[in-house]
Design a protein around this ligand. Sequence first.
Ligand SMILES: [Zn+2]
Length: 129
Amino acid sequence: MVETRPSKIDGKGCFALRKIPARKKIGNLKGEIISLRKARKLASAKGRIAIVEFGDGRALNATFFEDTMKYINHSCSPNTYMRIAFSRVEFYALKKIKKGEELTCDYGPTHHDGKLKCQCGSPACKGFL
Ligand SMILES: [Zn+2]
């Protein structure tokens, strides 16, 4: 349903191979469950990370997994949303997604603490993440 391609937003992105109806499940983020402590340590080290915190002292670390889903970039006007349930991170279409469109998600608070300039290009862009 999706593939990895270079993104105008940042590095690589996740793109729809066909149109995806609103509310459809796109997939789960592949990763290993780690402690929040280890997640924060990885976040403070240099380099790209793909970590989702569960809010219960654990996190899903997708950094070392080759998974298209982890390339979903942040946008202030996203077309997908992330749902955390039963120690899984699931992505769903927030609205109808066209074939070839880049999939984006609102990350919410990040380890960048609002200091990273947002590149999403949306008219509703909040500026930083
Ligand atoms: Zn933005």
